[in-house]
Design a protein around this ligand. Structure first.
Ligand code: ZN
Length: 82
């Protein structure tokens, strides 16, 4: 069973059936009690959701910026020609 350290985020491998509170984080030595479980499936799901959210959040502003730049160039050129 894998537990994620709440203090530093390190992934700690705890033998099945063992209490995480009996173990300390291998990275920061803080007790692992109340640390959330982490499985491969949930990690993959979180990664996919995070990636989609990140892409969506980047897409909006960048699209607006690119649109603004292109619009400005077109407007500048139009002005020069005009
Ligand atoms: Zn830790």
């Amino acid at each position: 069973m894998k537990y994620v350290c709440r203090h530093c985020g390190a992934l700690n491998d705890i033998p099945d059936g063992e209490l995480p509170s009996r173990y300390s984080c291998k990275s920061c030595s803080q007790p692992l009690s109340h640390a959330p479980k982490a499985t491969g499936d949930s990690s993959a799901a979180v990664g996919m959701i995070g990636g989609a959210t990140l892409g969506a959040s980047i897409g909006g502003p960048v699209g607006a910026i690119v649109g603004g730049i292109v619009g400005g160039i077109i407007g500048y050129n139009a002005k020069g020609v005009g």
